[in-house]
Design a protein around this ligand. Sequence first.
Ligand code: 3HC
Length: 655
Amino acid sequence: MAALRFSDTISATLADGVLVVTIDNPPVNALSVDVRAGLMAALDHAEKDNSIVALVLTGAGNTFIGGADIKEFGKPPIEPLLPQVIARIEDFSKPVAAAINGVALGGGVEVALACHRRDAGPSAKIGLPEVKLGIVPGAGGTQRLPRLIGTAAATELISSGRLVSATEAHKLGIIDNLTENPLIDAAIASAKSAADLSLRRTGALSVPPEPAEAIDKAATEALRKARGQRAPAEAVRLVRLAAASSLAEGLAEERRTFVELRDSEDAAALRHVFFAERAAGKVEGLEKVAPHKIETIGIVGTGLMGSGIAVAALNADYRVIGIEQTQEGADKGRERITGIMDKAVQSGRLDIKSRDDRLSRLTVAANAQELAPADLVIEAVFDDLSVKTELFQRLDGIIRADAILATNTSYLDPNVIAAATAHPERIIGLHFFSPANIMRLLEVVNCENTAPDVLASALAFAKRLGKLAVVCGVTEGFIGNRIFSAYRREAEFMVEDGAMPHEIDAALEAYGFPMGLFAVYDMAGLEIAWARRKRQASTRDPAARYVVIADRLCEAGRFGQKARRGWYAYSDGKRTVDPEVTAIIETARAEKNIAPKSFTADEIVTRLLKAMADEGDALLAEGIASRASDIDLVMINGYGFPPHKGGPMFSAGRR
Ligand code: 3HC
């Protein structure tokens, strides 16, 4: 029969007395004003038409509903509001079944919770990810979910924003019926059967009783993970409220909190991050360039970085050929890679069958000729220019003409490496962060002569690895290490000017960094940066301000946590202020006749943010980064910048 249309995004067909309403609002069926108005119109129609006995609500494509339309946040709200649509569904006189055909998120889950039945296919995924946007569910999620699955489980799900599979959602009781059969047929059948029964309205259920300890445990765990962020803490409070108040009171408090958080700075920052992530890796003109087909990855060097890259590639279903100089090295490399997989098995993140499957795609050899079939070769050897250029020249004679060569250097100039090869157009930089199988960030370094198809291929590779790729040009340290250097330089200036390292770290940690800068230094070890400073000493501008404190720490053998002494002293895993360090700092100040000033936490943070943002502006002006938001993503995902502050470029602009 002909389709009925209720708005640009809402259409329906009538099947056996059941009105099947489809939301078709690409790309993710977000609940825009047109969707909300169309749903209301469909409900009006179904109410009046006596031949309709029930409704099924589903999404077009492979998403059910991706949530509220985030693009509408910050604009004046237009009726019907989502809570109005949801109340209408729950109170509707005829049964409404949700046919959850794919991902259901945020407001999409809230719509499903208001339906009287929830059927889902195996590819469905359920999540209330609002806290990741700095908000709480605003259309009943915190009140209806605990009524359905209990307070402890709802607390965990809403405060973490975690997505659950269809199977887990079924086990939890969010989905009533998990079916392999055509979903719409199953949903029609369940809507019709519900028509014969009294309607099960989630909002009318009582929250199931649970031991207080279970609820407290879930709340404590959620607050621990929230690390001071407001949204998860509010989610915990609101979920608890469901058992203690009427639906109407709970919904009103939820909405009030939602609106307040939606208009907060944290939420604005997290929305910025959301859209920044979607913009990252997009390069103008590149969408028309076809990437190479990549299935086999060569990795030269299977040390800490190379083995992490190998695991990331194996996890993404690639074949991997690891290369070492000796058989002994190759055996060790294989052991390292196997060890990472085994740890994942022990912690329950990987099953044995998947481990075996992944390792069956791995070869580690001591002969570089084995790289002949590779589509992409990544070098992860010692960061030395002559080692890398010599290697790439040798690889020129081994790999196919259309294979891509990537360098994982952190500081060397990939243009110089490329220039030494026969085909500089196939050279690209892939700067992974350690551990490469865990860290999401990947700086994709577009070198002077990199061909567009090589860049497109690297981005497709990054996507398949599940990495967040940020494209950058060539500069010492690329985006991240250049900003980090400016940040570190400014922090050391401040120490010389009067702030103590522990004061700077306390200010940064209160701002939201998981660890202060000097504590990070100590964790990473001070000797590599010291060696670099010594190498660069002859080319340093003698007029530029130089702080000797880090050098003096190294001269005193204070190499960081490993040595149990660095910027701090360490005992029993705890850091403490060490008078020896204080003396070194005071001597350095005295040598320059600096009278130490005191700094408030706010002054410390403002000065460090400005240093980062100024360096970011320089990167933009030099064309190394193409968007300020890319710089924010690098600092958030590679250097611990708190996501709810939006990154240095975003936050410096708002102070
Ligand atoms: N509103 C508006 N636009 C959205 C959106 C949303 N909820 N979700 C995704 N989009 C847009 C993206 O910006 C992107 O746009 P672009 O093509 O112009 O860059 C496009 O949809 C595709 O998004 P992805 O690249 O992320 O596509 P994927 O297929 O990789 O992922 C997804 C799809 C899993 C739905 C993912 O987009 C996602 O997680 N979206 C956010 C979901 C979310 O947070 N929902 C909660 C919203 S808040 C809410 O519902 C409040 C309520 O309680 C009142």
